[in-house]
Design a protein around this ligand. Structure first.
Ligand SMILES: *[C@@H]1O[C@H](CO)[C@@H](O)[C@H](O)[C@H]1NC(C)=O
Ligand SMILES: *[C@@H]1O[C@H](CO)[C@@H](O)[C@H](O)[C@H]1NC(C)=O
Length: 130
């Protein structure tokens, strides 16, 4: 690879990441809420097709949340899976749990849950089995 294409790759990657972050309108920092995931946590095992409550911590939540509409995305090896079809969306983030059904994915030990409010927080790595 030439150094030019390496540089191009770098900028494309950079802008791909940046546009994800920048596409949301910037709320005032005190109202921003990225819910920390409590469950699933380290040691959790989920079975494909079963239903679980994802839970998150509301302790750090500002009284006025800019965006109270949440979204839950499955992450594997630090990549978001099927962002077009999140595990859940359109629910109220101020309720500290939401039921999801584990989709048909490759069993693995490197899954994480990402809960979005204004921005996202990934939880601990957990396992999905058949
Ligand atoms: C997960 O839990 C195991 C067993 O309790 C522990 O050994 C390990 O350090 C934990 N990993 C993380 C990332 O907290
Ligand atoms: C999720 O939590 C709600 C409220 O506690 C409960 O009614 C429901 O049965 C739970 N769902 C699962 C799959 O545990």
């Amino acid at each position: 690879m030439t150094s030019t294409s390496t540089l191009t790759m770098f900028f494309l990657t950079f802008f791909a990441i940046f546009s994800l972050v920048a596409s949301a309108p910037a709320p005032s920092p005190r109202d921003v809420f990225s819910p920390p995931v409590l469950y699933p946590g380290n040691g959790t095992v989920w079975r494909i097709g079963h239903t679980y409550n994802v839970t998150w911590d509301l302790k750090g939540a500002p009284t006025q949340i800019t965006n109270s509409i949440g979204m839950i995305v499955l992450v594997k090896n630090h990549l978001m899976i099927d962002l077009e079809h999140p595990l859940a969306k359109g629910f109220d983030i101020r309720v500290a749990r939401h039921e999801i059904t584990v989709p048909k994915v490759e069993p693995g030990h490197d899954y994480q849950i990402l809960v979005f409010g204004d921005s996202g927080n990934t939880g601990a790595k957990f396992t999905i089995t058949k």
